[in-house]
Design a protein around this ligand. Structure first.
Ligand code: MRU
Length: 337
């Protein structure tokens, strides 16, 4: 994607350094985070400098490759084993993280060069998958459609193209007139901060809506189709995605709005029989109790937005049962749950 006249992917590697767009600073500042070793990559994933299932997968793949390149000769297997464990412990839900580290770990048993090649292959597969998802999803979009999306499943979350935003980019670039409702996605605001920023870069008309506005808009025929991403898809078609996805899916079913999940096949976890087996990350309560934003003078502030005595629960994902999903758009085909 083009930002300020330069093409970027969300995550990339040059020599032994991994680079990522710092998503915590967007939309206020565009800065690149440099990870010199796998520890830095772990820090970036745990702290959501990079986030979104595909970008987490690509970062994890490059971090694993760094471990093979930087392992000391005398105890290289202990070093890469430790890296494998540490990267896998960064976040629990996105399947792509584990699929990526496993692939690079296996390739690295041949040589460090094989590990590096596998990591670049994974990165490239994400780019190609996004483009195919764009094509299949675009076929579902008619001129004049109003599309709702939740969280950020754009190119920041899947290297290039994105997953849920990929069909939207394809439709806009092919000349369709479309409009996007962007769920703000509390508590971290991935919709308001990241999806809206991405759509601005592409000049796609959109408005941010409060998370609790979706059902109302659907009840007034103001949503023609919904596209969301996925963090893990169980064998029966249940989908874990950003908290709040489930409510959109239930409302969509009630009002007859087609509800599509967009994800590369690497997000499927065939060892997970159903959504109950998907681990759901619980994040710090401060993400709910405080909000960070910019004042009119451009200064960033972190503000307490509730009573100082209040406590919060912060589940980062929910599981949408397959019965609420119209189809899952992958790089291979559209799967009907
Ligand atoms: O906690 P996050 O921001 O990593 O959650 C991201 C999402 O839930 C996305 O919708 C999902 O990863 C799909 S993005 C390719």
């Amino acid at each position: 994607m083009n930002v300020n006249g330069k093409d970027y992917t969300s995550v990339w590697m040059e020599r032994t350094t991994v680079y990522m767009i710092d998503q915590n600073l967007l939309p206020f500042e565009f800065r690149i985070y440099k990870a010199e070793n796998y520890d830095d990559v772990c820090h970036a994933i745990s702290n959501m400098i990079t986030r979104g299932a595909g970008s987490i997968g690509a970062a994890a793949a490059f971090g694993m490759a760094q471990a093979f390149m930087q392992a000391p000769r005398n105890h290289s297997s202990a070093f890469v084993e430790q890296a494998y464990q540490k990267i896998n412990a960064t976040r629990p839900t996105a399947r792509d993280l584990f699929a990526a580290t496993e692939r690079v770990f296996r390739a690295g048993t041949k040589s460090a060069q094989h590990a590096v090649e596998e990591a670049f292959l994974i990165h490239n597969e994400y780019i190609k998958a996004g483009e195919k998802i764009a094509e299949y999803g675009n076929n579902l979009i008619h001129n004049g459609f109003k599309i709702e999306t939740h969280c950020n499943a754009g190119w920041l979350g899947l290297v290039e193209w994105g997953s849920a935003l990929a069909p939207i980019y394809k439709a806009a670039r092919s000349g369709k007139e479309i409009f996007v409702w962007v769920d703000e996605t509390r508590p971290r605001g991935q919709g308001a901060r990241l999806t809206a920023w991405e759509l601005q870069q592409e000049h796609i008309p959109h408005k941010i809506i409060p998370d609790n506005a979706g059902a109302h808009l659907m009840s007034r025929n103001m949503v023609d189709i919904i596209f969301v991403g996925a963090d893990r898809i169980a064998r029966n078609g249940d989908v874990a995605n950003k908290i709040g996805t489930l409510e959109k899916a239930i409302a969509a079913k009630a009002y007859g709005v087609p509800f599509y999940v967009c994800a590369p096949s690497s997000t499927f976890d065939l060892d997970c029989p159903d959504g109950n087996a998907i681990p759901i990350e619980e994040r710090p309560q401060d993400e709910v109790l405080y909000q960070t934003g910019r004042d009119d003078h451009g200064r960033l502030h972190k503000l307490l937005v509730c009573s100082p005595e209040s406590e919060a629960l912060n589940p980062a994902f929910d599981v949408t049962p397959a019965q609420y999903i119209t189809g899952i758009i992958t790089e291979k085909c559209i799967v009907r749950p």
